[in-house]
Structure formats: structure tokens, C-alpha cells
Ligand binder design. Structure first.
Ligand SMILES: Cc1cc2nc3c(=O)[nH]c(=O)nc-3n(C[C@H](O)[C@H](O)[C@H](O)COP(=O)(O)OP(=O)(O)OC[C@H]3O[C@@H](n4cnc5c(N)ncnc54)[C@H](O)[C@@H]3O)c2cc1C
Length: 275
């Protein structure tokens, strides 16, 4: 019993972390190199099929990668026990790749372990060929254990207030950690402005009351997405896919509460219980 408690929980600076037995691979792909490869492959192809079999191989590989540089949107792939996210950063200079997979005991215990491009490719064996083609181009691969942090009930201590990951670290499955930290800052500034320098204590209480429900809700939604993204084939997976195909869960009314929220408008009510 004592051993299992040790394996599943960590206490770091007074914060309780619960193991989720998943790991995160982080990698980047330089798009300039990718585009160069594609141009090279196109040139080989234009050179003629009769010279060698290389253009055939090149054109197949090119088809598997061309879509990556042709689209700028963030892309998520779901599969049993894992998911894969990629999106452009630095104005399209790099493709950032985040891959969530079941973790090993070693990762759980060490938090971070060195990883290779091949580890990343192997983690998605059997997936669509385009995933392998993309992952084989990944550079600077790292692997971290992922933990869920139990809600921290204390955001304030006198005139000291926490914001951001310090009080509501969340799994990156709603892409909201930094966004919520920025919202905290906007709300905190508005509360301090409203109450003035003579009433900092009540401004901080107001800040906490406004921010805690929303940040907590997003922590919980992020955690729930671990289950939703990682479904095995079956009725639940089919229901999820059907819902996504209808765009039901990304319709404007469904996501307004999240993206149209004005964090500096202090009159805004707590978020609705369901989206
Ligand atoms: C893979 C991944 C993908 C993510 N994707 C998204 C996304 O798409 N959208 C999104 O909104 N969020 C995303 N996040 C979450 C986001 O990165 C964090 O929520 C955000 O960085 C938290 O900001 P913060 O300022 O609270 O904390 P941090 O970014 O951790 O900043 C804290 C800073 O304090 C410094 N520090 C620590 N201790 C001390 C000390 N004693 N003295 C001085 N300085 C100190 C640290 O070095 C650090 O620079 C993602 C996270 C991960 C891991």
C-alpha cells in the first residue's frame, strides 16, 4: 500500500501531484528544411520516372508531408491511449509537435528523460503514414511525465496573490494554461484599479472570487479531455467523432463562454455550469 501511494503521488513544495501514467513528447520541425525537401522531391519527380525509382519514393513521401506546409491550422489526431497535436509557431518558421502517450515507470520517476526522433516515431506505430512521415522529421525531442495537480485552495495570503500555473496548473488539453494566466493578470489589474491602493486586501479577494471558478472549470475540462481524446474504438469513440463531425462542440455558441470572455470586465458572472 505504501509503495502504490508513493508511485502515484508526489509532493513538490506543498503541492500534491497525481500521476496520470502519461508522458508528453515535445519536438519541433523546421519548416524551411521541410519545404527544401519537398522542392527537392518535386525536382526529382520532374527529372523523369525512367531514371530511377527514387522519384516514386520521393513523390510518395512528398504527398505525406506537403499538407503540413500547406495548412497553418492547429491539427489534433486522436487515438487509443494517445493523441498528437501540431501547429505552426514563430510565424510558420517551426512546426511544434506535442505528443501524449502512455508513460513508462522510468519517465514517471525521473520526470524528464532523453528521447530520440525514433522513440517518437515508434510511439505512433500503426497510425496513419502521414504521422510517421511528419514525426520522422522531428528535432530536439524531449519527453516528460505528466501529472495532474490537485486543486490548490489557497491563492491568497494577506497582500500576496498567486496567479497562473502557480495556483491553477492544468494539463495542456484545452490549450488554456497561458491564456488563463493572462486572464488572471487582466482581472487582477482591474480589481486593483477598481478598489484603489487603500483597499488592496479586498481587491485581492475579489480577484480570487472572480478567477477561481473559471480556472477550476478549465482544469477539470482539461483533465476530462484525457479520457475523451484517448478513447478506444467503440460506441463512445463513435459518439465523440459524430459530435465533432457536426462541429457541435466547436460551434460559436458552445465556445463563446471561453473565447469571448472579457477578463477585465469585473461585472462578468461566473461561467455557466455547462457549455
Ligand atoms: C506542451 C505544452 C503545451 C501548452 N500549450 C498551451 C497552449 O497552447 N495555450 C496555452 O494557453 N497554454 C499552453 N500551455 C500552458 C502554458 O505554457 C502555461 O500555463 C504557462 O506558461 C503558465 O505561465 P506562468 O507565467 O503561470 O508560469 P511559467 O510560464 O512557468 O513562468 C514562471 C516563471 O517563473 C520563473 N521562476 C520560477 N521560480 C522562480 C524564482 N524563485 N525566482 C524567479 N523566477 C522564478 C520560471 O523560471 C518561469 O520563467 C502548454 C503547456 C505545455 C507543457
Amino acid at each position: 500500500m505504501r509503495l502504490s501511494v508513493r508511485l502515484n503521488f508526489s509532493l513538490v513544495a506543498g503541492v500534491t501531484l497525481v500521476s496520470l501514467a502519461i508522458a508528453l513528447y515535445q519536438a519541433q520541425i523546421e519548416t524551411r528544411g521541410l519545404k527544401r525537401d519537398l522542392e527537392h522531391q518535386a525536382a526529382l519527380l520532374a527529372d523523369g520516372l525512367e531514371k530511377s525509382a527514387a522519384p516514386l519514393v520521393a513523390s510518395q513521401s512528398g504527398r505525406q508531408l506537403k499538407w503540413l506546409v500547406d495548412r497553418f491550422q492547429s491539427t489534433i489526431w486522436y487515438g487509443p491511449d494517445r493523441h498528437l497535436v501540431h501547429y505552426m509557431i514563430r510565424g510558420g518558421e517551426y512546426l511544434n509537435v506535442v505528443a501524449i502517450v502512455p508513460s513508462t515507470g522510468e519517465v514517471e520517476q525521473r520526470w524528464t528523460v532523453p528521447a530520440t526522433t525514433q522513440d517518437l516515431v515508434d510511439a505512433f506505430a500503426g497510425w496513419d503514414d502521414r504521422a510517421a512521415a511528419m514525426l520522422s522529421k522531428a528535432e530536439d525531442v524531449s519527453c516528460w511525465a505528466m501529472y495532474y495537480r490537485l486543486r490548490d485552495p489557497i491563492w491568497l495570503d494577506g497582500r500576496v496573490a498567486l496567479l497562473g500555473d502557480a495556483c491553477h496548473a492544468m494539463l495542456p488539453f484545452m490549450a488554456q494554461g497561458a491564456a488563463q494566466s493572462i486572464e488572471d493578470g487582466a482581472t487582477l489589474a482591474a480589481c486593483l484599479r477598481e478598489r484603489g491602493a487603500s483597499d488592496v486586501a479586498s481587491a485581492l479577494l475579489r480577484y480570487e472570487a472572480l478567477r477561481l471558478p473559471r480556472a477550476t472549470r478549465l482544469q477539470e475540462m482539461s483533465r476530462a479531455n484525457k479520457t475523451r481524446f484517448h478513447l478506444h474504438d467503440g460506441p463512445a469513440q463513435q459518439a465523440r467523432d459524430a459530435q465533432m463531425a457536426e462541429r457541435g462542440d466547436r460551434s460559436i455558441p458552445a465556445i463563446r463562454w471561453l473565447y469571448a470572455h472579457d477578463a477585465s470586465a469585473l461585472g462578468s458572472a461566473a461561467p455557466p455550469a455547462t457549455s
